[in-house]
Design a protein around this ligand. Structure first.
Ligand SMILES: *[C@@H]1O[C@H](CO)[C@@H](O)[C@H](O)[C@H]1NC(C)=O
Ligand SMILES: *[C@@H]1O[C@H](CO)[C@@H](O)[C@H](O)[C@H]1NC(C)=O
Length: 210
């Protein structure tokens, strides 16, 4: 049952002990994570309906690097490697729950021949954060991320390379206009939904503060 009801019952002195840990976690998991584990953050500032500044805690991800010219192809290659990892291609031969988001770090023009560099990442489930099983593939690596602040632009619907580049441009235009300093060497695209979700889809562009 939800912690919310229990907290309400406690307030009404009905003798129910609230499970604060669960209630706290439920509060901190935004709607767009649905029932998946996702990295905790605090909203530092909301600029408008779509753009906010978030402060993320340090967290463990698993990642794989792909170089290429096409976002969709690179992400599909990376996703397959990470999916194999969570399906048992790890030292514990353990099935690992899917989490959200699937995050892609895009570094334009950093590969050989000016190809873009993509780092595709899955967030490690809460229970395994401290000790993710080692990947069997040399192409997949545990990727601890330090605490960091990001400007985040949210948008709904389905996304593709064209759309996310438009949205990344929208965010950098906004930051330029507001004279907010940011790391313009790279940006992140975060997708929270499987292809099967028809409604309430959620996507984000992240750009680190500077
Ligand atoms: C993956 O790419 C990042 C740059 O985005 C680089 O810093 C890192 O060393 C690469 N890791 C591996 C294992 O290739
Ligand atoms: C995986 O998900 C199931 C169902 O949501 C949950 O009961 C289980 O505790 C999760 N396992 C881990 C390791 O997070």
């Amino acid at each position: 049952m939800s912690g919310g009801l229990c907290v309400l019952a406690a307030l009404l002195a009905l003798g129910c002990t609230p499970q604060l840990g669960l209630a706290e976690r439920a509060e901190k998991t935004p709607w767009f994570c649905h029932d998946l584990d996702c990295p905790p953050f605090k909203v530092v500032k909301s600029y408008n309906e779509d753009v906010e500044l978030r402060s993320y805690k340090a967290g463990m991800w698993v990642s794989t690097n792909v170089t290429g010219t096409q976002y969709d192809t690179a992400v599909s290659t990376g996703f397959k490697r990470l999916f194999a990892y969570i399906s048992g291609a790890n030292a514990a031969q353990q099935e690992i729950n899917m989490t959200a988001p699937v995050r892609v770090q895009v570094t334009p023009g950093q590969g050989p021949f000016c190809e873009d560099h993509f780092k595709i990442s899955f967030y490690v489930p809460y229970k395994l954060q401290d000790n993710p099983p080692a990947p069997l593939s040399a192409e997949v690596f545990a990727d601890p991320a330090p605490a960091a602040d990001f400007y985040v632009l949210s948008y709904g619907g389905r996304t593709d390379e064209r759309k996310l580049l438009d949205k990344a441009t929208e965010l950098t235009d906004f930051l330029n206009k507001q004279k907010l300093p940011y790391d313009y060497s790279r940006f992140y695209s975060a997708g929270y939904d499987s292809p099967y979700r028809a409604h309430d889809r959620h996507n984000e562009i992240w750009i680190a503060t500077k």
